[in-house]
Design a binder for this molecule. Structure first.
Ligand code: PEP
Ligand code: MN
Length: 360
């Protein structure tokens, strides 16, 4: 249930409403907007119905939400959530700027990571991705460089100023990965690993939550709810293609999921065209469709030499292909009222901050 306060309700009036709700045994989530405050009530709603909320000073409306997700629901927040990733770079996901996160599927070594970070930054990427722990379908496939990769990611961050995004596979790794990364990625295969989601919810790191291979949109939002329920509000969702009967692509990019999610939730929505496509030649067209449909950002795999990649070489873009994609992306983003930061050759965080407001 949601309580909408009247315009200009004072702090003491809001505090009194909160106290009233807590007294009957429910938890609250308060979202302050410019004019109104929204008080989300979590718990047994029957108790609230008996609590005569409309009689309280400052209560304008009491709304029932028929959705299983509450904290993730659009009605629960007075404005879209902005997620800040990497303090130094000033990167914000969910605002007008469309954020592109790019890098290799897996961190394979120092040189390739440095080289990729510099190239994607120069093309306008605002964060670096790179797997340290890889969820592979085969136990015999390359599993990632682990801690060494985390150290390399941190090293490259200090060199380029790019915040780093990397996957965490297991609740026992959350502390370690959070020590190095700016964003904790939850992969498709782990979207319903509830122990992992709760542990990540207890950390305060931004989270990139990918949609499960066969998960519905509601299931994705319920997964986000696990993180939010533990108090971590910095959640970004990522559509990365779902499994269907179609075999021409690795997965089927669910474009409709973007406007549906934007309607249902206040959380930013990113799209990973690489894992949806499975082939490099399809990545740019899917990325353009995602931008046109309202995505807040993209997650794209880029490798210095995709033919030698240890994972996902088929779908990884070369530096040149990524640069072409970014040029096209700027045009499409502009057409739908979004911006993508201008390409930058500079290598310091302050230079990034200086170009962060540049629009194309
Ligand atoms: C990845 O981002 O490299 C990855 C493993 O993605 P997903 O979990 O979407 O398959
Ligand atoms: Mn990959």
């Amino acid at each position: 249930m949601i309580i909408v306060t009247s315009i200009g309700a004072t702090d003491s009036v809001i505090a009194h409403i909160v106290e009233h709700v807590e007294r009957v045994g429910l938890r609250v989530n308060v979202s302050r907007g410019e004019q109104r405050t929204i008080i989300g009530c979590i718990g047994d709603h029957d108790k609230l119905i008996a609590a005569n909320l409309m009689r309280l000073e400052g209560v304008e409306q009491v709304l029932k939400i028929g959705k299983p997700y509450k904290l993730a629901s659009r009605a629960f927040a007075s404005s879209p959530t902005h997620v800040s990733i990497g303090d130094a770079a000033g990167t914000v996901v969910g605002a007008r700027e469309l954020i592109v996160i790019a890098g290799p599927c897996s961190v394979e070594g120092r040189d390739m990571l440095h080289e990729t970070a510099r190239a994607v930054k120069q093309s306008g990427a605002r964060a670096l991705r790179g797997g340290a722990f890889k969820p592979r379908s085969s136990p015999y496939a390359f599993q990632g460089m682990g801690r060494e990769a985390l150290e390399l990611l941190a090293e490259v961050r200090s060199e380029t100023g790019l915040p780093v995004v990397t996957e965490v596979l297991d609740p026992r790794q959350v502390e370690l990965v959070a020590d190095f990364a700016d964003v904790l990625q939850v992969g498709a295969r782990n979207m319903q690993n509830f122990a992992l989601l709760s542990e990540i919810g207890r950390s305060r790191k931004p989270v990139l939550l990918k949609r499960g291979l066969s998960a519905t949109i509601t299931e994705l939002l319920m997964a986000a709810e696990y993180v939010l329920a533990e108090g971590n509000t910095q959640v970004m969702l990522c559509e990365r293609g779902i499994r269907t009967y179609e075999t021409s692509t690795r997965n089927t990019l669910d474009i409709a999921a973007i406007p549906v999610l934007k309607r249902e939730t206040h959380l930013p929505v990113l799209v990973d065209p690489s894992h949806a496509a499975g082939q490099a030649s399809l990545v740019a067209p899917l990325a353009m469709a995602a931008i046109a449909a309202g995505a807040d950002g993209l997650l794209v795999e880029v490798h210095p030499d995709p033919t030698c990649a240890q994972s996902d070489g088929d779908q990884s873009l070369t530096f040149a292909a990524f640069d072409d994609m970014m040029r096209q992306a700027r045009v499409v983003a502009g057409a739908v009222g979004r911006t993508i930061v201008a390409p930058s050759g500079a290598a310091t965080p302050s230079a990034i901050a200086a170009t962060a407001t540049a629009e194309v």
